[in-house]
Write a protein that binds this ligand. Structure first.
Ligand SMILES: *[C@@H]1O[C@H](CO)[C@@H](O)[C@H](O)[C@H]1NC(C)=O
Ligand SMILES: *[C@@H]1O[C@H](CO)[C@@H](O)[C@H](O)[C@H]1NC(C)=O
Length: 520
């Protein structure tokens, strides 16, 4: 069972795993979609969201099923059913509506009645090798039919034994999924997960198996895995199955709440996943190394400044090791205390990493020190504001934004982060104004554009939103994030084909390594 901390991390890590293993397009899209939403909530101060009753969603709840949609879905499935061996019960199995929260699976179809008097084949691992292809196929069908019958009679052990033999004859996703249904009835969640995983490996678009696995994960307390599976099933199913769509919203809230609870309990003492750290760090515009700490500067080895620079350089690797190295380097830099004019910056960075490690009091203390040392370093106010937000301290957060503004009213990061706060509070009009201001001050930061597009979308200005994204593709066409976000909005509008094209572009770019995620 996943711990609270690891629930969010699991979502993020899964994105990395999916990217690294070249997993199916669906898994990858779901991982991106799920992670992105969880990260957006968490970064913007998830507590606010949770306190507000979880009423803020990144995208509007999925639309209801319409007859038209059902028709489109049927068309799309035609090819798929042909690919499997076309048995009526398989088709039924694949298109039946899922019932995620109920441990029972559908009764076997009428077609699966065992022929009277006919002996069932007995297949074992030892004997299956001696069978011809034709007999294997024949035996598999018979065993499966008998399995369905046993399942219908609630003889789960017998059904499991029959499906197991059928699988020996022919590893078919439906057999695995049916055996999973038996384990489901026995509430044996780990076995359900194993079998549905096998089914999904054979057929990545097997919605029913995905929903069944999602339910097992949820029952087992692995909320982020459940979130991913339901999200994948929603995407494949074009958001037409309401129970799955509701499950996504339910789990999104569970995962975000678990994260918030863990943060508030101060339990997170290690860095979250690299994806999460990157997401957080890249929400600030990238800055060159400060004067005096540049590559060429000749710094005494093992001095405070030397460690500060080492930390800043390690961040640029965007890897788990790089971030761990940076965290250590910032700790060391401050311990050595020969930082001169860079002391405020060092406290800012140590505070940032302490915050990411969940050491909130210590982080806040570092940012206070940084602000005392250099009241003009506006990034410190902005970071402190998000820490205040996590403690549901809106007034202090607002005060920090105001002080930041007094210090430098032309720092685009202030507007970007204030916009994020407005966004999460559903103050979309104010958010759009701030994103626009951030863009006016510095148009080179991709996320201001993307977020503006998303905000316009939330305000119902679909045309402006799409125009913002098209402009964005022109300006930042080399960043996969643009395509991911654009795809997400198109998906939300049921522009399925276009959405898939955008996601595919993003996948292709990331695969080739040209589409590194946005940021400065
Ligand atoms: C940091 O400063 C704020 C004032 O903005 C104060 O409320 C808070 O107690 C201070 N925290 C620490 C840990 O010093
Ligand atoms: C204000 O912020 C902008 C953008 O980061 C920067 O170029 C400028 O130098 C800052 N002004 C002051 C007075 O620090």
């Amino acid at each position: 069972m996943a711990s609270q901390r690891s629930t969010t991390a699991a979502v993020e890590d899964m994105t990395a795993t999916v990217a690294a293993t070249g997993a199916s397009f669906w898994e990858r899209a779901a991982a991106w979609y799920g992670e992105n939403r969880v990260a957006a909530w968490t970064i913007a101060g998830v507590t606010v969201v949770v306190v507000a009753g979880g009423s803020v969603y990144y995208l509007r709840p999925p639309p209801k099923v319409s007859e038209l949609d059902k028709k489109a879905k049927k068309e799309r499935r035609k090819g798929k059913e042909k690919r499997t061996d076309g048995a009526a019960d398989q088709a039924a199995e694949r298109t039946a509506a899922p019932a995620p929260m109920q441990p029972a699976a559908p009764p076997p179809p009428a077609a699966a009645v065992e022929e009277a008097g006919e002996e069932l084949p007995q297949v074992t691992e030892a004997t299956v090798g001696q069978l011809s292809d034709a007999s294997r196929k024949d035996y598999a069908a018979k065993l499966k039919a008998a399995g369905n019958k046993a399942y219908g009679a609630k003889s789960y052990e017998r059904a499991i034994a029959l499906y197991t033999q059928a699988i020996l004859c022919k590893p078919d996703p439906v057999f695995y999924s049916n055996r999973a249904a038996c384990y489901n009835a026995q509430q044996n969640w780990p076995r359900v997960i194993d079998d549905t995983t096998a089914a999904i490996a054979l057929d990545p678009e097997y919605v029913k198996a995905l929903n069944r696995r999602a339910n097992a994960y949820e029952q087992d307390g692995s909320f982020s895995e459940a979130l991913l599976d339901y999200t994948a099933s929603c995407i494949i199913d074009q958001f037409r199955t309401e129970s799955s769509a509701q499950a996504v919203e339910r789990l999104l809230k569970k995962v975000a709440e678990a994260k918030a609870r863990a943060i508030m309990a101060g339990k997170e003492k290690k860095l979250p996943s690299p994806t999460f750290v990157s997401n957080y760090l890249q929400s600030f515009r990238a800055k060159p190394l400060p004067a005096g700490l540049d590559e060429a500067a000749d710094l005494p080895a093992d001095s405070g400044k030397w460690h500060l620079r080492k930390g800043l350089q390690a961040i640029a690797h965007r890897t788990g090791e790089g971030y761990a190295e940076a965290a250590t380097a910032f700790d060391r830099a401050i311990d050595l205390d020969d930082l001169g004019p860079h002391e405020a910056y060092a406290f800012n960075m140590r505070g940032t990493f302490r915050y990411l490690r969940g050491e909130n009091e210590a982080a806040l203390h570092d940012l206070n020190t940084s602000i005392t040392l250099d009241p003009a370093l506006v990034q410190s106010y902005v970071k402190r504001a998000s820490m205040h937000l996590e403690q549901s301290n809106r007034e202090q957060a607002a005060a920090d934004f105001a002080t930041a503004m007094e210090n430098n009213a032309s720092d685009p990061d202030i507007f970007y982060h204030r916009a994020q706060l407005h966004f999460i509070l559903s103050e979309f009009s104010a958010a759009a104004t701030d994103y626009q201001k951030s863009i006016d001050l510095d148009p080179s930061f991709i996320f201001s554009h993307i977020q503006l597009g998303v905000t316009q979308y939330k305000m119902g200005s679909i045309a402006s939103s799409m125009a913002t994204f098209r402009r964005c593709i022109k300006a930042f066409g080399d960043k996969s994030d643009v395509y991911n976000y654009y795809g997400e909005l198109l998906l939300d509008q049921q522009k399925y084909q276009e959405a898939v094209e955008k996601f595919e572009t993003a996948v292709e770019m990331e695969r080739k390594g040209v589409g590194e995620r946005g940021g400065g």
